[in-house]
Structure formats: structure tokens, C-alpha cells
Ligand binder design. Structure first.
Ligand SMILES: Nc1ncnc2c1ncn2[C@@H]1O[C@H](COP(=O)(O)OP(=O)(O)OP(=O)(O)O)[C@@H](O)[C@H]1O
Ligand SMILES: [Mg+2]
Ligand SMILES: [Mg+2]
Length: 487
């Protein structure tokens, strides 16, 4: 990637990403913490507040950002993108400057901090990154990766004078770095399920407790419909905190709005986004109110229909391959993704191919059953994927990781030996003995292999290839498919 010419030497975007990568928690430390059952607690927030003060702000400064705070197991990013897209289209009496903070990134780190829906430039990223770096001083303690970016996002949005900022939590809610905000404009909880069990606990009740931690006394909060157990926990948390929590069924005004993909989960995300955008606008714009019945105003319809949220349910046509790209990486979201894939494939003929990876989560082996069975069930002859490729998240065959994807959190020995990928292959052979299973080192080689399969395809057909299991995999794949930075 070209680095910006106007940053001083040693302070370019690439230098910032290299410095940021030194803040990743190494694999050995993560493993030791898990072994000792160390989990985040209130101390994490005390530390975040102290970092915030070291860069020159107090928590009450964050009130100026009118934060829209979103937690949930799935649909956080999509919901935030909808909210951003709606608010960015607001014009009356003046346009709003909208900040958006999301994680993880797909193609480049700077995607995580957006203003007016665009990732901040490399130059701006480098400048703010090193301002935070300098303000924190040289005494050796710097926040870890995700916390650093959260801290930096507050600085960027305050310095750039955004009117409203949409925040996706990193992990959980109660002790998440973003939860330093005391007076959000509104909090929203998207679909809850099981993920990050080492940090948040094994049951949906424990997970709901964490996510419910973003609701703040006296501030409005919304949730999509949840399973009974999760909803019960959220309601109890709301009551304890003196929050009026509203649980939303799918908004009827969405009928006739072209939300993509046309699936219930996405309508839930859109429903939540509408409520969050409406609540924030009511606070920011005197006299703003949506009609309870009747159609949405133009900014809402266009915001929902024209949102760009890459790496989720994307279809890309090449001459010999149709690529289906989705970054799902939990049991539930992978079921959604495979249903979406089979729905799309119903209209196109050709052998089905899977490219899958999920690095560093031992539970990922359980992701495969749903994926395999959904595809078999949807086929009239009961056939599943013809070819199944398991690869690592290493981007390129020759040069390894793109800088923005360097990850010290995995055991390098596992990547070298492709331990996870061989385990996936073994499991898949049991699930579907008819499949041709391959284990391949890099994303680039996996894509080349899938393209090569087109030589055996019957005339009029194309390889139908699903890439899923990891946002890192999907981001790397999009970069390769588009031969450029797909930002
Ligand atoms: N409400 C939902 N319920 C279940 N699955 C969903 C939902 N929304 C999105 N998904 C699936 O999850 C994938 C990731 O969506 P999104 O980026 O919105 O989630 P997220 O909560 O930000 O996840 P993470 O940050 O953990 O990657 C999507 O590609 C889609 O397949
Ligand atoms: Mg997650
Ligand atoms: Mg996300």
C-alpha cells in the first residue's frame, strides 16, 4: 500500500500500523490468561479512564459525541452501518458530521474509524495515531490494540468535531473499552447468541449480562427480540439501572424497503437501526419526529437500501466462478450465511465449492455441521459441497500477511503446521465422505485452486464458491479478488 507523502518519516500510515501491531497481546499471554481463568473486570474500565485522561479528556467530554452505542453477538456492525447510513443522509436544518467506530476491519485498519461513512485517510490516521502515542508518553504502558483504537477514535471524533458517533462494542459490553461513555444518546442490543465464551461465559444468560452493561441510567435503550432467557436478563439489568428498555419486533414500516439480504435477521438489524437513528435525531434536531405509521422519510429508506457494509452477503461474478463472500464466524451466523448461499445458488448451476477458515477458536470445529447440512438439505439430490478447501488467513503465497492483517494472537506453530485446517478436514470427511477436501496454505492459493476447478465444469455452468468462517479470510479474499484495496 502506498503510504502518504505528507507524513514525516517514521510517522507514516505504515509506521502507525507497525506500531499498533506491537500492541497486540501475544499468543503466549492469551494462553496463560485462559489457563488461569483471568477475565476482564471493572479494572479494565478504570484503566481506560486513566488513558483517556492521559490524552487530555474526561469521560464527560464524550457526551459531546452523542454516542449511539451498540452491543450484541451478531448484527452489531450491520446495525451500526445502517444507523450511520441514515444519519449521513440527514440534511435538515443542516447535514450532520457522523463518526462510525466498528471492529474488526476487513481490508485496512483505518476502516474502523470513519467520518461521513468514509474511512479516515492514511494521513489523518497517521497524524492522530501518533498524537495519541505522544500524549500517552514514554513510560512504557500503552493500551492494547483494540483499546488503543478505541481511545484514538474518541480523539479523532472530538478533534474533528463530529455531531454524533456510532460505536460498536468490541467484546461484550459491561467491561468493553467503549463502555467508558456515561451518557450515550441511546444504547442498542442486537441479536444475542454464544461467542467469546472464554471472556463472557458459556451461557446466553452470562453473555446477555455483559451486553446489557451498555445501558445507562436515564438514557433510552432498545433491543431486538431475543430468546426468553436472554430477554429476561436484559429486562432485569434495565430495571436495576433505571433504564426504560424497549424490545422491538420487526418494524412494519420496513415492508417495501429493499433491505439486503432479504432475510429476517437483517430486518431485525434494520429495525434496531431505525429506532437508534430516530432517538439520536430527536435529541440532536429540534422538532424531529418519525410518524409511527406510514412510510419512512427518504433519508431512512435510502439509508437502509444503499448502505455499504462489505464482506457480508456479497456476490461477485467472474467469467468462470461466482463468489459468495460472507464473514460469518459463529454457529448461528454461519447457518444464516449458508441459507443465504443456497438461496442465491438456486438460480445458478454449477458445482458448489467452500473456502473456509477460522483461526484461534477451538469451538470452530462445531461450525462445520450446520454449514454442511444446510447445503446438503437444500440440494434436491442431497449433494453437499463438491470441493472443500481449508486454508489459513495468510494472505499471499509468497509474501505472507498484508501489514493490516499481521496477527500475533495465534500460535505461529499452528499456522505453519495448519493444525486447525487439518482438524477441519478430518471432521468434514466424516460429515460428507463424497466431498473432495483440500488443505491449502494461503488465501491466494485457495482462490487460484477454486478458479482452476472451473476446467471440469459443464458448459453453461460456473463454479459456485462460498468464502466464509472468518472476517480476516474474507477481507484477504476481497483484496485478492479485486486486485486492489477494496476499501
Ligand atoms: N441479527 C443477526 N443474527 C444472526 N446473524 C447475523 C445477524 N446480523 C448479521 N448476521 C451474520 O453475521 C455476519 C456478521 O455481521 P455483523 O458484521 O453485522 O456482525 P457483528 O456483530 O459486527 O460481528 P463481529 O464484530 O463479531 O464480527 C453477517 O455476515 C451475517 O451473516
Ligand atoms: Mg464478535
Ligand atoms: Mg463487528
Amino acid at each position: 500500500m502506498a503510504s502518504s507523502s505528507s507524513s514525516p518519516p517514521g510517522r507514516t500510515y505504515n509506521d502507525a500500523i507497525d506500531a499498533l501491531n506491537t500492541l497486540q497481546t501475544p499468543h503466549s499471554v492469551i494462553a496463560a490468561r485462559r489457563a488461569a481463568n483471568v477475565r476482564p473486570d471493572a479494572h479494565s474500565l478504570t484503566e481506560m479512564r486513566s488513558y483517556l485522561s492521559r490524552i487530555g479528556y474526561s469521560p464527560s467530554d464524550l457526551d459531546r459525541l452523542h454516542i449511539i452505542h451498540v452491543a450484541g453477538t451478531k448484527g452489531k456492525g450491520s446495525t451500526c452501518a445502517f444507523v450511520d447510513s441514515i444519519l449521513a443522509r440527514h440534511t435538515h436544518p443542516r447535514p450532520l458530521r457522523v463518526g462510525l467506530f466498528t471492529s474488526p476491519h476487513l481490508i485496512a485498519v483505518r476502516e474502523r474509524i470513519r467520518i461521513s461513512s468514509r474511512p479516515i485517510s492514511e494521513e489523518l490516521f497517521a497524524r492522530y495515531f501518533f498524537q495519541v502515542w505522544d500524549r500517552l508518553g514514554d513510560d512504557g504502558t500503552k493500551p492494547i490494540y483494540a483499546r488503543y483504537l478505541t481511545l484514538m477514535s474518541w480523539h479523532v471524533f472530538l478533534a474533528e468535531g463530529v455531531d454524533v458517533a456510532v460505536y460498536e462494542t468490541g467484546i461484550g459490553g459491561e467491561y468493553d473499552a467503549t463502555n467508558v461513555v456515561e451518557r450515550p444518546a441511546v444504547a442498542g442490543i442486537s441479536t444475542l447468541g454464544i461467542d467469546h465464551v472464554y471472556v463472557l461465559g458459556k451461557t446466553v444468560e452470562e453473555i446477555a449480562w455483559h451486553k446489557g452493561g451498555i445501558m445507562k441510567a436515564g438514557r433510552p435503550a432498545f433491543s431486538v427480540e431475543q430468546g426468553a432467557a436472554a430477554e429476561e436478563v436484559l429486562r432485569r439489568r434495565a430495571e436495576e439501572k433505571g433504564v426504560e428498555l424497549r424490545v422491538l419486533g420487526v418494524d412494519r414500516r420496513l415492508e417495501g424497503v429493499g433491505v439486503r439480504p432479504d432475510a429476517v435477521f437483517q430486518k431485525r438489524n434494520a429495525t434496531l437501526a431505525v429506532a437508534l437513528a430516530e432517538t439520536a435525531l430527536a435529541e440532536l434536531v429540534p422538532g424531529f419526529r418519525l410518524e409511527n405509521e406510514g412510510p419512512f422519510p427518504k433519508e431512512f429508506v435510502e439509508g437502509l437500501e444503499q448502505v455499504v457494509w462489505r464482506g457480508r452477503c456479497e456476490v461477485k461474478e467472474e467469467d468462470e466462478v461466482t463468489w459468495y463472500v460472507d464473514g460469518a464466524h459463529t454457529v448461528d451466523s454461519l447457518k444464516m450465511a449458508s441459507r443465504w448461499f443456497t438461496g442465491e445458488c438456486a438460480e445458478r448451476a454449477g458445482p458448489k465449492v467452500l473456502i473456509f477458515n477460522q483461526q484461534g477458536r477451538s469451538e470452530a470445529i462445531d461450525f462445520l455441521d450446520g454449514l454442511c447440512n444446510t447445503v446438503k438439505k437444500a440440494d434436491p439430490a442431497g449433494r453437499g459441497f463438491r470441493h472443500v478447501i481449508f486454508c489459513t488467513n495468510v494472505t499471499y503465497a509468497e509474501t505472507g500477511y498484508k501489514r493490516d492483517f499481521v496477527n500475533h494472537q495465534y500460535d505461529p506453530k499452528d499456522i505453519e503446521k495448519m493444525t486447525a485446517q487439518h482438524a477441519f478436514a478430518e471432521k468434514w470427511a466424516k460429515l460428507d465422505p463424497d466431498a473432495n477436501i483440500m488443505v491449502i496454505h494461503s488465501i491466494e492459493e485457495a482462490i487460484t485452486t477454486a478458479r482452476g476447478l472451473s476446467k471440469d465444469v459443464e458448459p453453461g455452468q460456473k463454479v459456485q464458491a462460498l468464502i466464509t468462517g472468518s472476517l480476516h479470510l474474507v477481507g484477504g479474499a476481497l483484496g485478492i479478488l479485486e486486485k486492489a484495496d477494496a476499501l
